[in-house]
Design a protein around this ligand. Sequence first.
Ligand SMILES: Nc1ncnc2c1ncn2[C@@H]1O[C@H](COP(=O)(O)OP(=O)(O)OP(=O)(O)O)[C@@H](O)[C@H]1O
Ligand SMILES: [Mg+2]
Length: 452
Amino acid sequence: MKGNVLVVDDDRDSAEVLCDLLISRQNDAVAVDRGDTALQRLDEGDFDVVITDVRMEGMSGIEVCQKVRASHPDVPVMVITGQADVETAVAALRAGAWDFVTKPLNADHVMAAVARAVDHRRTRSEVRRLRQALAATRPIKEIIGDSPSIRAVTELVGRIADGDATVLITGESGTGKELVAQAVHSLGPRKDEPFVAVNCGAVPANLLESELFGHVKGAFTDARRDRPGLFIQAGRGTVFLDEIGEMPLDMQVKLLRVLQQRSLRPVGGDEEMPFYARVVCATNRDLESEVDEGRFRQDLFYRVNVVTIEVPPLRSRGSDILLLAHHFLKRISERTGKAVTSISPDASRKLLDYDWPGNVRELENGIERAVALARMSEIQVDDLPAKIREHHSTRLVIEGDDPSELVTMSEMERRYVRRVLDACGGNKTQAAKVLGIDRRSLYRRLEERSRD
Ligand SMILES: Nc1ncnc2c1ncn2[C@@H]1O[C@H](COP(=O)(O)OP(=O)(O)OP(=O)(O)O)[C@@H](O)[C@H]1O
Ligand SMILES: [Mg+2]
């Protein structure tokens, strides 16, 4: 199989010999005499294989391996070593070399190795192409919502998607932080590269470092081979560090260093390697108070908090609740084949009044359950989970100007009475005083409230 080969060697004569050999066997070949030039050429042209000498002025062949592996993980690198130089060969393989050839070069051996490498590279590219084609048929998950607070989020995502700045996404559980992280990835130039997510709270503390930064063979008992970490696997895509607030303090120190230097060292390794992925973090904790309480490093907080996206809780998004409910309704009934197409006005009212501690995820689950229970094509109050059905709203401020959201005077009064009573710790005398009514009127209002 003929390929396009990049030869890296500071000895012009041997580079020329190798190029002539490759070209005589129907390959294309280009020679450069420095590692950094090679990396530039890789960025510009479509090479199938890199063949590099080891000892060179500036960047060594081993470094070339590491850098190519990080920046162009599809392109195999072959290293030219001296015949008896086993150590270099091993170092090269550790650094991610695909193969090595020994000097003096044997034309047939070299050509067979090149053919294997070209084949390997074409297969990988094909897999990648198919994966991308598949991704393209899967539409980017849309962020549903029309409220000012969610529009502010999507507008901000649009503005920062093109850049490289580290992003911190905050918000209560279930508000859509991961969805926002995916939007940052898929609206920018990294969209065809991997989006790699890791939940920092779910990976055992002792494995997190190797998960993120990889390890070399022998770094610990189970490390039977080199394994690149997620930062490298993400290539030029995005690493999503979910629940970063759960990261142990010693890991925070290491992450800070990696983010500052834009390079990392696999566990047990002694070579630094650069990484090219964008880092997006999310947390449902209040990181500033975590900093105050010494659970999160302040320097790391500043480092990840370059751009912050605050995803608002669902209860402050007004009639987005109904937009989302209908969105999920459509999706779920399509998936289950059950023709439930609408939500009754009373059930809609209940959805709007509820305070959604579990946010969008709770709404999605609620609708899923309601579809399963629905006896008609319309969801009724009875189909909703008890928590939602029986909830008495205490919302005093209603955002948005959708008439279906607005409530009567007596409903507002009822909510206010309840809020004041709560604030007074249930003390009715005190509550009556705050409300400026006598105790008897307060009792009467409370009875009215309990009648429905
Ligand atoms: N605005 C939205 N439009 C459409 N779907 C949404 C929206 N927000 C959230 N979702 C959906 O709700 C579910 C929960 O969202 P997601 O997992 O992104 O939340 P999260 O903030 O990461 O939650 P957690 O803190 O629990 O990890 C997902 O299925 C997501 O697709
Ligand atoms: Mg999440």
